[in-house]
Design a binder for this molecule. Structure first.
Ligand code: KG4
Length: 340
């Protein structure tokens, strides 16, 4: 009999539900919360409220688009954390209620593991290339930046990570500071495509090993913009493409140099990327180019599977389900990875 998994993701500002059958995608519905745009960042209380509004219609739509009925679902996979606690509570409580009413088990998923396994969702009519184990995953999002060695779907080790801001956070905070809008990543990405990345230079951190730091680059950009604006108030408006291109180049250079180092240190040539920043055009091109140069097999997920989505939670949950894991009803979500 087929295993039909309903995935539920509510860790930040996207309410998402997806259905997969034996690892094949049947539906993936995402309601992105527009309410945060006017504040230039996610407002946790508003995010929880929007999840509460969205969760029933999003799950219903995912089930009906999948062409299944609630009675067909084998298990519910939900994001337990890390993320915003109020947001996670909505998905967790909803998963419990559904599990009770349908009398089916739940499996809990680590959000980061979802990002790491996003590329394992199989789709009808697609090539469905998947990395072989062990592989390296550059996991870059709004809350995390890590290089992870993935030994099998359920076991991975973090080889390096940011010691301060996540790279997505650097995109978002700098975009906000430059008055460009939120979320910063896609805005900077689009402007950077029209600019000259070699025009300006920003301080690059020198962190040993595979860890990295992004707060210095952020501060360097902040002072740079402030000083230039003091001389010429229209500086930002007239140079935003070049500023974004140079800033983005600096961030991507840091990520690439650590990724190359990790591949050399481990001897692993299977390289994947995941997380919201994996939607970045320059990062996608650079990883592919580096792979051609160094003989890596590279795995770059479709953009819709890089930012938060429930398909990745469903596939991670599927592997947990197959391993026999079940989650008790007295489970509570966790905000931090360390508490998982
Ligand atoms: O994975 P995600 O949706 O949420 C977290 O789990 O954090 O990632 C969101 C992050 C935001 O910081 C957003 O600015 C960034 O991903 N992002 C991008 C791009 N698209 C989204 N960063 C750079 N370039 C992009 N095209």
């Amino acid at each position: 009999m087929a295993d039909i998994i309903l995935g539920i993701e509510s860790s930040c500002d996207d309410t998402s539900a997806a259905v997969i059958r034996d690892g094949w995608l049947l539906s993936n519905v995402i309601a992105s919360q527009e309410v945060h745009r006017q504040y230039g960042g996610v407002v946790p209380e508003l995010a929880s409220r929007a999840h509460e509004l969205n969760i029933v219609p999003v799950v219903s739509e995912a089930i009906s688009k999948a062409g299944v009925t609630p009675g067909d679902i084998t298990a519910i996979a939900f994001t337990r954390g890390p993320g915003l606690l109020g947001s996670l509570l909505v998905g967790t409580s909803f998963a419990k209620a559904l599990s009770l009413s349908l009398d089916i088990p739940m499996v809990m998923v680590n959000h980061l593991q979802g990002h790491i396994l996003a590329g394992f969702v199989k789709q009808e009519g697609k090539e469905n290339r998947q990395p072989s184990f062990p592989y390296l995953c550059l996991l870059v999002s709004g809350g995390n930046s890590q290089i992870v060695r993935v030994d099998d779907p359920l076991h991975f080790e973090i080889l390096g990570q940011t010691i301060d801001d996540a790279v997505g956070e650097a995109f978002d905070k700098c975009s906000k500071m430059m008055g460009l809008g939120y979320p910063g990543g896609p805005i900077v990405d689009a402007l950077a495509a029209k600019g000259d990345p070699s025009r300006f230079s920003f301080a690059k951190p020198q962190i040993p090993g595979l860890d990295y730091s992004f707060s210095g680059i952020k501060t360097s950009l902040l002072y740079f913009v402030r000083d230039r604006m003091a001389e010429d108030p229209s500086f930002m408006e007239n140079n935003k493409e070049d500023i974004c291109a140079s800033f983005q180049r600096t961030l991507i250079d840091v990520l690439m140099s650590k990724l190359v180092k990790a591949a050399k240190m481990t001897g692993i040539k299977e390289v994947a990327i995941g997380g919201g920043v994996a939607a970045n055009s320059e990062l996608r091109e650079r990883v592919a180019a580096e792979g051609r140069k160094r003989g890596w097999n590279t795995y770059i997920p479709e953009r819709r599977f890089t930012t938060d989505n429930a398909a990745m939670i469903a596939i991670a949950g599927y592997y947990h389900y197959l391993a026999g894991e079940r989650c008790p009803l007295d489970i509570a979500p966790v905000a931090r990875i360390a508490d998982f």
